[in-house]
Design a protein around this ligand. Structure first.
Ligand SMILES: *Cc1c(COP(=O)(O)O)cnc(C)c1O
Length: 362
């Protein structure tokens, strides 16, 4: 077996103990004589899996009782439509903050459905920072405010939870969910595609406060309505069973490893190793402004696209895979989600030093 360090932004690494557990269960899940992939979602074995997954993520994230956890399909991108269709039901107004490509997409989708205000954008400095906002920046009669908490492509994250007053705050947490503890009670809705930090692609986690369920627009597709999904325990139709099962294993792994406080420390240590190196040399530049640096996606450039391409290629040959930046920004991006071991970052930093020595600039 030869596992590489996979720095992909998503789908991304899964913890080895989780893969091993899934492998052991693959052909005969706990004496059922079948794989979870082959199992009816109405079977007692699968009902236990989805109920356990629900209980475990509630425990991990300390989710209050007045929130539902839904296991949906369609990726985070489907929530770009589901959020306005479910929540934009009183003033038909919503406020958006654009801090990267995914929040831009969410904003554009919402504009189909109502009066959408762009409250702030970090485009003026190429999405390298997060705007500082207070409750006065938001419309007090907006049905909700939408932000993207960690900007996967640009490597920034909100270093505070904006105060939106009584207006529900909706956050796309696709690339940071379970990376550290969050006060769920500060949010109306949290959503996340699983393939960054939770599970294989297929399941989307939606955590929604009870009072935001049941007031959707009349023309909402039944599958997008949080009420349909909440009333049917995420089983209105066939859920993404395998992905939910692996998510459950990941939740167990995180709890065994000490939960989200311990995870935050480890993630800060991992990201810190990389940022400390970046801050103490001049060969590479890290574009994200310091207060807003993501601990999940670390972006850096050499300043020369040919050298960037050479870097990604040679790193790949050393088992440091998928380090090339997003096609829209170039450079490099190391996605260092929960499953990336500390050792992977040590190897990366050693490679960066070596590459800088071997490839002097101009
Ligand atoms: C990857 C990502 C998305 C898109 O997720 P899909 O599940 O592919 O739709 C949306 N938002 C953020 C922050 C992401 O990182």
């Amino acid at each position: 077996m030869n596992r590489v360090f996979n720095f992909s932004a998503g789908p991304s690494m899964l913890p080895l103990p989780v893969l091993e557990k899934a492998q052991a269960d693959l052909i005969d899940y706990q004496g059922t004589g079948m794989s979870v992939m082959e199992m009816s979602h109405r079977s007692p074995a699968f009902e236990t899996i989805i109920n356990d997954a629900q209980a475990l993520i509630r425990q991990l994230m300390n989710i209050p009782d007045n929130y539902k956890v839904l296991f949906l399909q369609g990726g985070a991108s489907t929530q770009f439509s589901a959020v306005p269709l479910n929540l934009m039901n009183k003033s038909n107004k919503a406020d958006y903050v654009i801090t990267g490509q995914f929040s831009q997409k969410a904003y554009e989708e919402a504009r189909k459905y109502g009066d959408i205000k762009l409250v702030a954008s970090s485009k003026d400095r190429n999405n390298t920072y997060i705007p500082q906002l207070t409750s006065a920046d938001f419309r007090s009669d907006a049905d909700y405010v939408h932000i993207c908490f960690n900007n996967t492509i640009f490597g920034t994250k909100w270093n505070y939870i904006p105060d939106t007053g009584d207006v529900p705050l909706v956050a796309d947490m696709s690339s940071c969910i379970l990376s550290e503890p969050y006060d769920v009670s500060k949010f109306g809705v949290i959503y996340a595609g699983a393939q960054k930090n939770v599970a294989p692609a297929g399941v989307t986690i939606v955590i929604v406060r009870d009072d935001l369920i049941g007031n959707s627009r009349k023309d909402i597709p039944v599958m997008l309505d949080y009420k349909t999904q909440a009333d049917n325990d995420s089983m209105y139709n066939t859920p993404p069973c395998w992905s939910i099962y692996v998510a459950k294993l990941v939740f167990e792994w995180l709890i065994e490893e000490g939960g989200l406080e311990a995870r935050k420390k480890l993630n800060e240590k991992k990201a810190g190793l990389l940022y400390d190196y970046l801050d103490n040399q001049t060969y590479y530049t890290a574009p994200a402004e310091k207060p807003y640096r993501s601990i999940m996606n670390v972006t850096f450039v050499t300043g020369n696209p040919d050298l960037d391409a050479k870097f990604a290629k040679e790193a790949g040959a050393q088992g440091l895979k998928n380090i090339k930046g997003h096609r829209s920004v170039g450079g490099m991006r190391a996605s260092i989600y929960n499953a990336m071991p500390y050792e992977g970052i040590e190897k990366l930093v050693a490679f960066m030093e070596k590459f800088a020595k071997e490839n002097p600039k101009g």
